[in-house]
Design a protein around this ligand. Structure first.
Ligand SMILES: *Cc1c(COP(=O)(O)O)cnc(C)c1O
Length: 387
């Protein structure tokens, strides 16, 4: 259906930082399938894991135990705050699971009238009816009312606003550690620590949507590690499956206990093929310890390069981000810049009309970043000359 504004390009092949189209044109990929291909395209470990698993067992349903799912769940639990994992197939579904779990936990453990979830303006949590409602942006909700009851929005980064929004019906606060789709917005330094204190006082759950920030993207395996706090529930998807469709909701034992058999399910969720790819991908991220630390270091290098452009062009308003989730806010429309970049052989992204978003694979090198900066310089030069 006509749901995507696609570029007139057919991509046929990828390897590491590069993809090629059907005319043989080469692109350096700073989009990475929207922050999915953290290891680059067709990483050998992921490819081999998929080939091996495909020959052995692809899918059997969650009526049975399967080794790849157990293995991936174990790795996620060992490397995070969580004790339990529920697998599904996408970010939106992971957030649906989180919303259902938070409601069930609050109704069972606190009071049956607790169902309301506070989320942030400019957030993004997915495209199902519940998750467009959780998403604090009218542009995703237009045309789809009535929305789900039980959501309330506050400005991102304002603890006082959360405190004012809490009522006896509130059960949880759901946030991205860094708002990605909403323009790469970072919270103030102490925001999450102060928020966590408030939520503990009020006995409310913190749900972190790490669908985009997780799996090393921000220079830590999970972005909450930057803030010195842990959530009660965390959702993952995007980079979790090394390019295959998988999502997960993780939780502490205490919260996860609210789900019993029959409460929630997914036919495909965490199937053998996706979990084999996810396991290979997470193993690569963890064993190549430099990948995540490289992400932190090279992200700073990237921001410096972009700051050089900001010195030169007055229509560049701001540069912000953490690790390799970086935004460049412009005073001009960014969608044409994306098209110009494609002509130059670079895949980049624009969100909120005016924010160029860079989410390359974590294997990106300084040379590749230099190349992109030079290409942007040429594009911006032409824009200023025209203006
Ligand atoms: C992409 C994204 C989602 C939605 O994920 P889908 O797999 O497209 O459903 C949810 N939350 C955040 C923070 C995202 O970046």
């Amino acid at each position: 259906m006509n749901t995507y504004g696609r570029y007139p390009v057919v991509l046929v092949r990828g390897r590491g930082m590069k993809v090629w189209d059907s005319d043989g044109k080469e692109y350096t990929d700073f989009l990475a399938g929207i922050a999915v291909n953290n290891l680059g395209h067709c990483h050998p470990r992921v490819v081999i894991a998929l080939q091996k698993q495909a020959q052995k067992l692809i899918h059997v349903s969650n009526y049975f135990h399967i080794e790849p799912q157990i293995k991936l769940a174990k790795m996620l639990v060992q490397n995070s705050f969580a004790d339990r994992v529920f697998f599904c197939n996408s970010g939106a579904e992971a957030n649906e699971a989180a919303i259902k779990l938070a409601r069930k936990y609050a109704k069972e453990n606190l009071c049956p009238d607790k169902f309301e979830i506070i989320t942030a303006l400019n957030s993004f949590h997915g495209r199902t009816l519940a998750t467009i409602t959780a998403t604090g942006q009218g542009r995703f909700q237009k045309g789809f009312t009535p929305l789900m009851p039980g959501f309330k929005y506050v400005p991102f980064g304002d603890v006082g606003a959360v405190a004012n929004a809490i009522t006896e019906n509130t059960c949880a606060v759901m946030l991205e550690p860094i708002q990605a789709e909403g323009g790469v917005n970072l919270p103030p330094e102490n925001y999450f620590r102060e928020l966590k204190t408030l939520l503990e006082e009020k006995n409310l759950l913190l749900i972190l949507d790490e669908v985009q920030t997780g799996m090393g993207r921000t220079g830590k395996l999970f972005a909450y590690e930057h803030y010195g706090i842990t959530p009660d529930i965390m959702t993952l998807a995007k980079a979790l499956g090394g390019g295959t469709a998988i999502g997960a909701a993780l939780a502490t034992e205490k919260v996860a206990e609210a789900f019993s058999p029959g409460d929630h399910a997914s036919t495909f969720g965490g199937n053998a093929l996706a979990c084999a790819a996810g396991t290979a991908s997470l193993e690569a991220i963890l064993e190549d310890g430099w990948l995540v630390s490289n992400c932190a270091r090279i992200g700073e290098y990237f921001k410096k390069g972009l700051a050089g452009l900001k010195q030169k062009y007055n229509f560049i308003r701001d540069i912000r981000g953490k690790g390799l989730l970086i935004g460049m806010e412009l005073d001009i429309d960014g969608t044409d810049i994306v098209k110009d970049a494609m002509k130059e052989g670079y895949l980049i992204n624009c969100t909120m009309q005016k924010v160029l978003r860079f989410v390359p694979p974590l294997i990106v090198t300084e040379e590749e970043i230099d190349g992109l900066i030079q290409a942007l310089d040429r594009i911006f030069e032409k824009r200023s000359a025209a203006a």
